[in-house]
Ligand binder design. Structure first.
Ligand SMILES: *Cc1c(COP(=O)(O)O)cnc(C)c1O
Length: 394
Protein backbone atom coordinates (compact mmCIF):
# COMPACT_ATOMS: atom_id res chain seq x y z
CA UNK A 1 0.00 0.00 0.00
CA UNK A 2 1.34 3.33 -1.04
CA UNK A 3 0.05 5.18 2.03
CA UNK A 4 2.04 3.07 4.49
CA UNK A 5 5.25 2.13 2.71
CA UNK A 6 7.06 -0.80 4.26
CA UNK A 7 9.66 -0.68 1.50
CA UNK A 8 12.02 2.16 0.77
CA UNK A 9 10.95 4.36 -2.17
CA UNK A 10 13.13 4.30 -5.30
CA UNK A 11 15.11 7.53 -5.07
CA UNK A 12 16.12 7.40 -8.73
CA UNK A 13 12.75 6.77 -10.35
CA UNK A 14 11.81 9.67 -12.62
CA UNK A 15 8.45 11.38 -12.97
CA UNK A 16 6.69 10.46 -16.25
CA UNK A 17 7.11 12.90 -19.15
CA UNK A 18 3.80 14.82 -19.55
CA UNK A 19 1.35 13.19 -21.96
CA UNK A 20 1.36 16.35 -24.12
CA UNK A 21 4.92 15.47 -25.15
CA UNK A 22 3.80 12.20 -26.74
CA UNK A 23 1.62 13.76 -29.43
CA UNK A 24 4.30 16.34 -30.22
CA UNK A 25 7.00 13.64 -30.44
CA UNK A 26 4.79 11.52 -32.72
CA UNK A 27 4.29 14.48 -35.02
CA UNK A 28 8.01 15.25 -35.01
CA UNK A 29 8.93 11.64 -35.80
CA UNK A 30 6.42 11.69 -38.67
CA UNK A 31 8.07 14.77 -40.13
CA UNK A 32 11.59 13.44 -39.53
CA UNK A 33 12.65 17.05 -38.96
CA UNK A 34 15.05 16.55 -36.04
CA UNK A 35 17.70 19.17 -36.88
CA UNK A 36 17.08 22.59 -35.40
CA UNK A 37 18.13 24.58 -38.47
CA UNK A 38 16.14 22.78 -41.19
CA UNK A 39 12.85 24.62 -40.64
CA UNK A 40 12.87 28.28 -41.74
CA UNK A 41 11.41 29.31 -38.36
CA UNK A 42 9.73 28.01 -35.20
CA UNK A 43 11.64 24.73 -34.90
CA UNK A 44 10.97 23.12 -31.47
CA UNK A 45 14.43 24.20 -30.25
CA UNK A 46 13.76 27.81 -31.29
CA UNK A 47 10.36 27.72 -29.58
CA UNK A 48 11.95 26.32 -26.41
CA UNK A 49 14.50 29.13 -26.42
CA UNK A 50 11.75 31.73 -26.75
CA UNK A 51 9.60 30.16 -24.02
CA UNK A 52 12.50 29.65 -21.62
CA UNK A 53 13.77 33.23 -22.06
CA UNK A 54 10.26 34.52 -21.46
CA UNK A 55 9.80 32.35 -18.37
CA UNK A 56 13.09 33.62 -16.90
CA UNK A 57 12.61 37.24 -17.99
CA UNK A 58 15.82 37.19 -20.05
CA UNK A 59 16.37 38.68 -23.50
CA UNK A 60 18.15 35.66 -24.99
CA UNK A 61 18.34 31.90 -24.53
CA UNK A 62 20.53 29.38 -26.37
CA UNK A 63 19.66 25.70 -26.04
CA UNK A 64 22.59 23.27 -26.28
CA UNK A 65 23.56 19.65 -25.63
CA UNK A 66 24.24 19.95 -21.87
CA UNK A 67 24.81 22.42 -19.07
CA UNK A 68 28.51 21.66 -19.37
CA UNK A 69 28.33 22.78 -23.01
CA UNK A 70 26.49 25.94 -21.91
CA UNK A 71 29.23 26.68 -19.33
CA UNK A 72 31.98 26.05 -21.90
CA UNK A 73 30.32 28.31 -24.50
CA UNK A 74 29.68 31.02 -21.88
CA UNK A 75 33.35 31.03 -20.92
CA UNK A 76 34.43 31.07 -24.59
CA UNK A 77 31.95 33.86 -25.34
CA UNK A 78 33.52 36.08 -22.66
CA UNK A 79 36.37 36.45 -25.18
CA UNK A 80 39.10 36.25 -22.52
CA UNK A 81 42.73 35.40 -23.31
CA UNK A 82 44.01 31.83 -23.08
CA UNK A 83 44.97 30.90 -19.54
CA UNK A 84 42.53 33.37 -17.96
CA UNK A 85 41.90 32.59 -14.29
CA UNK A 86 38.34 31.58 -13.46
CA UNK A 87 37.22 31.36 -9.81
CA UNK A 88 34.98 28.37 -9.11
CA UNK A 89 33.80 26.91 -5.81
CA UNK A 90 35.84 23.91 -4.64
CA UNK A 91 32.56 22.06 -4.04
CA UNK A 92 30.97 21.40 -7.42
CA UNK A 93 30.64 18.68 -10.04
CA UNK A 94 33.76 17.70 -12.01
CA UNK A 95 32.09 18.92 -15.23
CA UNK A 96 32.51 22.52 -14.01
CA UNK A 97 36.32 22.67 -13.72
CA UNK A 98 36.30 20.51 -16.87
CA UNK A 99 34.42 23.24 -18.79
CA UNK A 100 37.04 25.76 -17.65
CA UNK A 101 39.91 23.51 -18.76
CA UNK A 102 38.14 22.82 -22.06
CA UNK A 103 37.87 26.58 -22.61
CA UNK A 104 41.70 26.74 -22.18
CA UNK A 105 41.41 28.67 -18.93
CA UNK A 106 42.73 28.03 -15.43
CA UNK A 107 40.26 27.05 -12.69
CA UNK A 108 41.04 28.62 -9.30
CA UNK A 109 39.24 26.80 -6.50
CA UNK A 110 37.61 28.82 -3.73
CA UNK A 111 36.94 27.42 -0.27
CA UNK A 112 33.43 26.30 0.62
CA UNK A 113 32.06 26.30 4.19
CA UNK A 114 30.13 23.73 6.20
CA UNK A 115 26.90 25.18 4.75
CA UNK A 116 28.03 24.26 1.18
CA UNK A 117 28.37 27.93 0.23
CA UNK A 118 31.37 29.92 -0.94
CA UNK A 119 33.68 31.22 1.79
CA UNK A 120 33.58 34.95 1.12
CA UNK A 121 36.93 35.75 2.74
CA UNK A 122 38.73 33.28 0.46
CA UNK A 123 36.68 34.50 -2.52
CA UNK A 124 37.65 38.10 -1.90
CA UNK A 125 41.30 37.20 -1.46
CA UNK A 126 41.46 35.23 -4.73
CA UNK A 127 39.43 37.79 -6.67
CA UNK A 128 42.30 40.25 -7.07
CA UNK A 129 44.10 37.85 -9.41
CA UNK A 130 41.03 36.53 -11.30
CA UNK A 131 39.66 37.22 -14.80
CA UNK A 132 36.16 35.77 -14.38
CA UNK A 133 33.89 34.18 -11.80
CA UNK A 134 31.86 31.01 -12.26
CA UNK A 135 29.45 30.43 -9.37
CA UNK A 136 28.18 26.88 -9.10
CA UNK A 137 25.01 26.76 -7.01
CA UNK A 138 25.93 23.22 -6.01
CA UNK A 139 22.97 20.98 -5.13
CA UNK A 140 20.87 24.14 -5.42
CA UNK A 141 22.55 25.92 -2.48
CA UNK A 142 22.91 29.61 -3.27
CA UNK A 143 26.02 31.37 -2.03
CA UNK A 144 25.65 35.00 -0.89
CA UNK A 145 25.05 36.44 -4.35
CA UNK A 146 24.66 40.01 -3.07
CA UNK A 147 28.18 39.94 -1.68
CA UNK A 148 29.61 38.03 -4.66
CA UNK A 149 28.11 40.37 -7.27
CA UNK A 150 29.21 43.43 -5.33
CA UNK A 151 32.79 42.19 -5.10
CA UNK A 152 32.89 41.00 -8.72
CA UNK A 153 31.47 44.31 -9.96
CA UNK A 154 34.04 46.22 -7.92
CA UNK A 155 36.76 44.24 -9.70
CA UNK A 156 34.96 44.57 -13.06
CA UNK A 157 34.74 40.78 -13.48
CA UNK A 158 32.05 38.90 -15.40
CA UNK A 159 29.98 36.38 -13.43
CA UNK A 160 28.65 33.14 -14.91
CA UNK A 161 26.03 31.27 -12.88
CA UNK A 162 26.06 27.48 -13.02
CA UNK A 163 22.37 27.08 -12.16
CA UNK A 164 22.26 23.46 -13.42
CA UNK A 165 20.58 22.38 -10.21
CA UNK A 166 18.84 25.65 -9.31
CA UNK A 167 16.04 26.04 -11.84
CA UNK A 168 13.19 27.62 -9.86
CA UNK A 169 15.35 29.01 -7.04
CA UNK A 170 14.73 32.66 -6.19
CA UNK A 171 17.23 35.03 -4.55
CA UNK A 172 15.88 38.31 -3.15
CA UNK A 173 12.92 38.13 -5.54
CA UNK A 174 15.12 37.46 -8.58
CA UNK A 175 15.37 34.17 -10.44
CA UNK A 176 18.67 32.33 -10.02
CA UNK A 177 20.49 32.30 -13.34
CA UNK A 178 19.52 35.91 -14.07
CA UNK A 179 21.82 37.49 -11.47
CA UNK A 180 25.10 37.15 -13.33
CA UNK A 181 25.99 37.96 -16.96
CA UNK A 182 25.04 34.45 -18.06
CA UNK A 183 23.05 31.68 -16.39
CA UNK A 184 23.38 28.01 -17.39
CA UNK A 185 20.87 25.22 -16.72
CA UNK A 186 20.77 21.45 -17.20
CA UNK A 187 18.03 19.16 -18.53
CA UNK A 188 19.89 16.00 -17.48
CA UNK A 189 17.58 13.47 -15.82
CA UNK A 190 18.45 14.30 -12.19
CA UNK A 191 17.46 17.96 -12.57
CA UNK A 192 14.07 19.70 -12.34
CA UNK A 193 13.36 19.26 -16.07
CA UNK A 194 14.31 15.92 -17.59
CA UNK A 195 15.30 15.38 -21.20
CA UNK A 196 17.96 12.78 -20.46
CA UNK A 197 20.54 15.32 -21.62
CA UNK A 198 20.42 18.99 -22.56
CA UNK A 199 21.26 22.48 -21.38
CA UNK A 200 20.45 26.12 -21.96
CA UNK A 201 22.11 29.46 -21.31
CA UNK A 202 20.36 32.79 -20.76
CA UNK A 203 21.69 36.32 -20.92
CA UNK A 204 20.70 39.90 -21.76
CA UNK A 205 23.98 40.50 -23.61
CA UNK A 206 23.51 40.43 -27.41
CA UNK A 207 27.26 40.34 -28.13
CA UNK A 208 27.86 37.45 -25.77
CA UNK A 209 24.95 35.39 -27.02
CA UNK A 210 25.86 36.05 -30.66
CA UNK A 211 29.31 34.60 -30.07
CA UNK A 212 27.86 31.64 -28.16
CA UNK A 213 25.27 31.01 -30.89
CA UNK A 214 27.92 30.86 -33.61
CA UNK A 215 30.26 28.65 -31.57
CA UNK A 216 27.38 26.32 -30.64
CA UNK A 217 27.20 25.44 -34.33
CA UNK A 218 25.12 28.12 -36.12
CA UNK A 219 27.27 27.78 -39.25
CA UNK A 220 26.93 30.10 -42.26
CA UNK A 221 23.92 32.34 -41.56
CA UNK A 222 21.98 30.09 -39.21
CA UNK A 223 22.34 32.76 -36.51
CA UNK A 224 19.53 34.55 -38.39
CA UNK A 225 17.19 32.02 -36.76
CA UNK A 226 18.08 33.39 -33.31
CA UNK A 227 16.07 36.61 -33.11
CA UNK A 228 17.55 40.10 -32.99
CA UNK A 229 21.26 39.38 -32.79
CA UNK A 230 22.04 40.14 -36.45
CA UNK A 231 24.27 43.14 -35.85
CA UNK A 232 26.40 41.38 -33.25
CA UNK A 233 26.51 38.06 -35.11
CA UNK A 234 27.47 39.58 -38.49
CA UNK A 235 30.58 41.05 -36.85
CA UNK A 236 31.72 37.57 -35.78
CA UNK A 237 30.91 35.77 -39.04
CA UNK A 238 33.69 33.28 -39.92
CA UNK A 239 35.81 34.47 -36.98
CA UNK A 240 34.87 31.85 -34.41
CA UNK A 241 35.31 28.07 -34.29
CA UNK A 242 32.19 25.89 -34.49
CA UNK A 243 32.04 23.44 -31.59
CA UNK A 244 28.70 21.92 -32.65
CA UNK A 245 27.01 21.59 -29.28
CA UNK A 246 23.48 22.13 -30.62
CA UNK A 247 20.31 20.76 -29.12
CA UNK A 248 18.14 18.64 -31.43
CA UNK A 249 14.38 19.02 -31.86
CA UNK A 250 13.54 15.77 -30.08
CA UNK A 251 15.04 17.05 -26.81
CA UNK A 252 13.21 20.37 -27.09
CA UNK A 253 9.95 18.50 -27.69
CA UNK A 254 10.47 16.51 -24.47
CA UNK A 255 11.35 19.66 -22.52
CA UNK A 256 8.68 22.16 -23.65
CA UNK A 257 5.63 20.53 -21.98
CA UNK A 258 7.61 20.24 -18.74
CA UNK A 259 8.03 24.02 -18.38
CA UNK A 260 4.43 24.25 -17.17
CA UNK A 261 5.17 21.59 -14.53
CA UNK A 262 8.02 23.58 -13.02
CA UNK A 263 6.07 25.59 -10.40
CA UNK A 264 4.52 22.40 -9.00
CA UNK A 265 7.85 20.55 -8.99
CA UNK A 266 9.55 23.44 -7.22
CA UNK A 267 6.76 23.66 -4.64
CA UNK A 268 6.80 19.91 -3.95
CA UNK A 269 10.59 19.74 -3.91
CA UNK A 270 10.80 22.48 -1.29
CA UNK A 271 8.00 20.89 0.75
CA UNK A 272 9.75 17.50 0.67
CA UNK A 273 13.10 18.96 1.58
CA UNK A 274 11.86 21.08 4.47
CA UNK A 275 9.78 18.20 5.84
CA UNK A 276 12.75 15.80 5.96
CA UNK A 277 15.13 18.58 7.08
CA UNK A 278 12.97 19.34 10.14
CA UNK A 279 12.88 15.66 11.13
CA UNK A 280 16.63 15.17 10.69
CA UNK A 281 17.48 18.36 12.54
CA UNK A 282 15.12 17.51 15.44
CA UNK A 283 16.71 14.05 15.81
CA UNK A 284 19.84 15.61 17.23
CA UNK A 285 22.10 13.40 15.09
CA UNK A 286 22.43 15.71 12.08
CA UNK A 287 23.06 19.33 11.22
CA UNK A 288 21.02 20.60 8.27
CA UNK A 289 22.37 24.02 7.24
CA UNK A 290 19.46 26.46 6.84
CA UNK A 291 18.92 28.40 3.62
CA UNK A 292 20.11 32.00 3.50
CA UNK A 293 17.58 34.75 4.17
CA UNK A 294 17.09 36.01 0.57
CA UNK A 295 16.90 32.45 -0.77
CA UNK A 296 13.80 30.39 -1.67
CA UNK A 297 15.14 27.02 -2.75
CA UNK A 298 14.03 24.46 -5.36
CA UNK A 299 15.68 21.28 -4.03
CA UNK A 300 15.32 17.68 -5.23
CA UNK A 301 17.84 16.29 -2.73
CA UNK A 302 18.94 16.96 0.82
CA UNK A 303 22.39 17.53 2.31
CA UNK A 304 23.21 17.37 6.01
CA UNK A 305 26.36 17.11 8.10
CA UNK A 306 27.30 14.17 10.28
CA UNK A 307 28.70 16.39 12.99
CA UNK A 308 30.54 14.48 15.71
CA UNK A 309 30.75 11.24 13.70
CA UNK A 310 34.20 9.69 13.31
CA UNK A 311 35.10 8.47 9.82
CA UNK A 312 34.34 4.89 10.89
CA UNK A 313 30.99 5.96 12.31
CA UNK A 314 30.18 7.85 9.09
CA UNK A 315 30.93 4.77 6.99
CA UNK A 316 28.88 2.63 9.37
CA UNK A 317 26.01 5.11 9.09
CA UNK A 318 25.98 4.77 5.28
CA UNK A 319 25.92 0.98 5.61
CA UNK A 320 23.07 1.09 8.16
CA UNK A 321 21.07 3.47 5.93
CA UNK A 322 21.63 1.17 2.95
CA UNK A 323 20.42 -1.81 5.02
CA UNK A 324 17.20 0.15 5.53
CA UNK A 325 16.93 0.74 1.78
CA UNK A 326 18.08 4.36 1.64
CA UNK A 327 21.13 5.14 -0.48
CA UNK A 328 23.25 8.03 0.77
CA UNK A 329 26.74 9.25 -0.06
CA UNK A 330 29.30 11.30 1.79
CA UNK A 331 31.03 13.29 -0.94
CA UNK A 332 34.51 13.00 0.57
CA UNK A 333 34.36 9.33 1.60
CA UNK A 334 33.45 7.47 -1.59
CA UNK A 335 36.25 6.52 -3.94
CA UNK A 336 36.69 8.71 -7.04
CA UNK A 337 33.71 10.92 -6.13
CA UNK A 338 33.29 13.49 -8.94
CA UNK A 339 32.44 16.21 -6.39
CA UNK A 340 35.65 15.83 -4.37
CA UNK A 341 38.20 18.36 -5.64
CA UNK A 342 41.23 16.10 -5.06
CA UNK A 343 39.87 13.86 -7.81
CA UNK A 344 40.05 16.66 -10.42
CA UNK A 345 43.54 15.63 -11.41
CA UNK A 346 43.04 16.94 -14.96
CA UNK A 347 43.66 20.43 -13.54
CA UNK A 348 47.27 21.44 -14.01
CA UNK A 349 49.42 21.77 -10.91
CA UNK A 350 49.28 20.25 -7.44
CA UNK A 351 45.98 19.63 -5.62
CA UNK A 352 45.28 22.90 -3.77
CA UNK A 353 45.21 23.11 0.00
CA UNK A 354 41.55 23.67 0.93
CA UNK A 355 41.08 22.55 4.54
CA UNK A 356 37.57 24.01 4.97
CA UNK A 357 36.16 22.33 1.88
CA UNK A 358 37.93 19.09 2.78
CA UNK A 359 36.38 19.12 6.27
CA UNK A 360 32.92 19.76 4.81
CA UNK A 361 33.26 16.97 2.22
CA UNK A 362 34.19 14.51 5.00
CA UNK A 363 30.89 15.19 6.80
CA UNK A 364 28.38 16.21 4.14
CA UNK A 365 25.86 13.51 3.42
CA UNK A 366 23.70 13.56 0.30
CA UNK A 367 20.32 11.88 -0.24
CA UNK A 368 18.12 12.27 -3.30
CA UNK A 369 14.54 13.42 -2.62
CA UNK A 370 12.71 13.33 -5.97
CA UNK A 371 9.81 15.79 -6.03
CA UNK A 372 7.27 13.02 -6.66
CA UNK A 373 7.78 11.46 -3.19
CA UNK A 374 4.70 11.36 -0.91
CA UNK A 375 4.76 12.35 2.76
CA UNK A 376 4.66 8.70 3.95
CA UNK A 377 7.61 7.95 1.67
CA UNK A 378 9.45 10.95 3.08
CA UNK A 379 8.71 9.62 6.58
CA UNK A 380 10.25 6.33 5.53
CA UNK A 381 13.43 8.03 4.30
CA UNK A 382 13.78 10.30 7.36
CA UNK A 383 13.06 7.47 9.82
CA UNK A 384 15.57 5.18 8.07
CA UNK A 385 18.30 7.83 8.34
CA UNK A 386 17.56 8.56 12.00
CA UNK A 387 17.39 4.88 12.88
CA UNK A 388 20.69 4.30 11.06
CA UNK A 389 22.34 7.06 13.11
CA UNK A 390 20.85 5.62 16.30
CA UNK A 391 22.27 2.18 15.48
CA UNK A 392 25.75 3.64 14.93
CA UNK A 393 25.72 5.84 18.02
CA UNK A 394 24.23 3.15 20.33
C1 LIG B 1 24.32 18.47 -13.31
C2 LIG B 1 25.24 19.58 -13.03
C3 LIG B 1 26.15 20.02 -14.01
C4 LIG B 1 26.31 19.35 -15.34
O1 LIG B 1 25.14 19.39 -16.13
P1 LIG B 1 25.11 18.54 -17.50
O2 LIG B 1 23.86 19.02 -18.17
O3 LIG B 1 25.04 17.10 -17.12
O4 LIG B 1 26.34 18.89 -18.25
C5 LIG B 1 26.93 21.12 -13.70
N1 LIG B 1 26.86 21.73 -12.52
C6 LIG B 1 26.01 21.33 -11.55
C7 LIG B 1 25.94 22.08 -10.26
C8 LIG B 1 25.18 20.24 -11.78
O5 LIG B 1 24.35 19.85 -10.80
Amino acid sequence: MRDFPTEAPDLHEAEPIPAAAKAAIEELLQSGDLFRYTAPADAPVALLEREFAEMMGSRYALAVSSCSAALFLSLKALDLPKGAKVLIPAFTFAAVPSAVVHAEMQPVLVEVSMDYRIDLADFEQKLADADAVLISHMRGHTSDMDAILKLATAHDLPVIEDAAHSLGTVWGGQKIGTLGHVGCFSFQSYKMINAGEGGILITDDAELVARAVIMSGAYEHNWKKHGDIAEAAAKWQNKLPLYNLRMQNLSATVIRPQLAELPRRVRDGLRNHDYVAAKLQASGYFEVPPSLKPETRAPDSIQFNLAGFSEDQSRAFLAEAKKRGVGAQIFGLSQDNARAFWNWQFIEGPVPDLPKTRAMLAQACDVRLPVRLTLPELDFVADALISAAKAVKA
